[in-house]
Design a protein around this ligand. Sequence first.
Ligand SMILES: C[S@@+](CC[C@H](N)C(=O)[O-])C[C@H]1O[C@@H](n2cnc3c(N)ncnc32)[C@H](O)[C@@H]1O
Length: 314
Amino acid sequence: MWSIHAAPALNSSSDSYKSVWNARSASLADGMLAVDGSADEAVLALTGAYTAAQVRAALDLQASDLVFEIGCGVGRIGAQLAPALSGWHGLDIAENMVALTRERLAHLTGARVSALVGPALTPLADASMDKGYCVAVFIHMDKEDFNLYLREVARVLKPGGLFYFDAWNLAHPVGWQRFSYEVDQIGRNDPAQRKDVARNQFCTPDEVRLYVQHAGLELAFEHSDSPWVQVVARKPGGTAAPALEARRAAIAYSPRWTELFADACAVLIGGTHPETMLARWRTLPANEPEPPMFIAWLSAIWQRNPHQWPAVAA
Ligand SMILES: C[S@@+](CC[C@H](N)C(=O)[O-])C[C@H]1O[C@@H](n2cnc3c(N)ncnc32)[C@H](O)[C@@H]1O
C-alpha cells in the first residue's frame, strides 16, 4: 500500500510472481523499496507500526497466538508483531524477500520464514494456525490466485481462527482513480505484450465477500470506506470470538489517511511536485498520526529520487 509503483515495463511471458518479486528484492534496499517505497528503516518502522496496529486490532492478537503472514516482504509488519506472539510464520513467493526477513528477524526466537512455490501454504499443516493476515499482497496477483490462497487459509486455520486481508477498493472514488491510472497506462502499452504479472488489481467489496464465502470462510467484519477493502474472515466452528463488530472501527483508514493517500497519488503518479503536498501537510494538526507519517514517507521518497523532482529554491 505504501509502494505506489508506476506501472513498470512489461514483462516477458516467462515472468512469474517469483521472478518479478525476486528481482525487486535483490538487495535490502530494493526489498524495502518494494514494500514501502521509501527504503528508509525509520520510515519502514513508522508505516510498519501503523499497519501492525490495524492487524493487532483486526485479529485481537494474544500472546498465545500462532500467526502467519502471506507475502511478508522484508518483515515490515512481522517485526512489530512477532515479539508479542507465541509464534509467527512469514511466507513469501520471493526467496530473496524470505532471506531478508530471516536476517532482519533473526533475533526473534518465535519467528520463522518460508518460501512459497505457488498459491499454496504448503509449509503450514491443516488446522494448525490461530490467526493470519495478508496486507498489500492480494492486490498484486490474479484473482484466481487470490481465491486459491483464501482456500488455503481455510485449510490452515483452526476452527474459529481469524484472517485479516486487504484489496484495492474499486467502489471508492480514490480506489477508482488509482484503477483509472492503471487503465490509462495499459492503454498506452503494446497490446501484443503480456501485462505485468505483479500489476495492481482491483475488487469491489461485494466481490471480496463472495471470495470469502466460496473459500469456506465466514465474513466476520469488513471496512470499505477507503481505497481499501479490509476484511476479517473467520473459519467456521470453534468458540465464537467476542465483540468482533466492535473492532471494525479500530481497523479503518481514517478520512485523513484517504485524503493524504490521494495527495500522494497526485505526486507519485500524477506529476504534482512533492513540496506542494509537503507544504500543505505541514499545516495539518501534528497530533494526528497520519500527517507526520506521510511527511516522513514522501520526504524519503523524494530524497531517494532527486532526479524525478528538482529541489525547490529556498
Ligand atoms: C508490496 S509487498 C508487501 C509486503 C508486506 N505485506 C508489507 O506490507 O510490508 C508485496 C509482497 O508480496 C509478495 N508476493 C507477491 N506475489 C505473491 C504471491 N503470489 N504469493 C506470495 N507472496 C507474493 C512479494 O514478494 C512481496 O514481498
